[in-house]
Ligand binder design. Sequence first.
Ligand SMILES: Cc1cc2nc3c(=O)[nH]c(=O)nc-3n(C[C@H](O)[C@H](O)[C@H](O)COP(=O)(O)O)c2cc1C
Length: 188
Amino acid sequence: MKIKFILVALAGMLMVYSGAEAQSNTKSKRVLVAYFSHSGNTRVIAQYIQEISGGDLFEIVPVKQYPTDYNSVVDQAKKEINAGYKPALKSKLASIDRYDVIFIGSPNWWSTIAPPVSTFLSSFNFSGKTIIPFITHEGSRMGRSVIDIKKLCPQSTVLEGYACRGSNVKDAHDEVANWLQKINMVKK
Ligand SMILES: Cc1cc2nc3c(=O)[nH]c(=O)nc-3n(C[C@H](O)[C@H](O)[C@H](O)COP(=O)(O)O)c2cc1C
């Protein structure tokens, strides 16, 4: 009787242990790291996340490139965001079905996500999936990005995400690793 009790207790402990294991890494999750980057900062963070989480990397590229001149892109972005414009994308992901977790990266443009990211989020059914935003910025952090992502993906779980100042991305590897550790998104 005593031995039976010990065996049951051991089995229970084993189940709890393996459950904790399953949650502490991305082994059981299929992860996509999708991002748009105009001047390269968000790409750096996307690459860190890809390396640490082991997910697939996907760059969101609009058909028509944004101007490189700062004032021109700022003007164009303002007009597009105010109009709710969703530019056509060059690169198409075949399907989102095979992913459970989608990291979505964008520069903060006028306190929200860049229009190509809105197009991407409107192109698939993200119901039941977990969306994890990451934003690079020059002072406004996430702005209203999370609120706007939730509006586009109302049936998804949208986490608070991660914000990094664009000028700090080169030094942010450890910070990204700590964040991913905290949210159990480190590959085994
Ligand atoms: C069109 C445009 C609008 C921007 N708006 C904001 C803003 O509202 N708040 C902010 O903190 N930074 C803003 N920035 C700065 C960018 O968010 C920042 O430089 C970012 O790291 C750029 O990412 P990228 O190199 O991946 O394109 C803006 C930049 C551009 C080009």
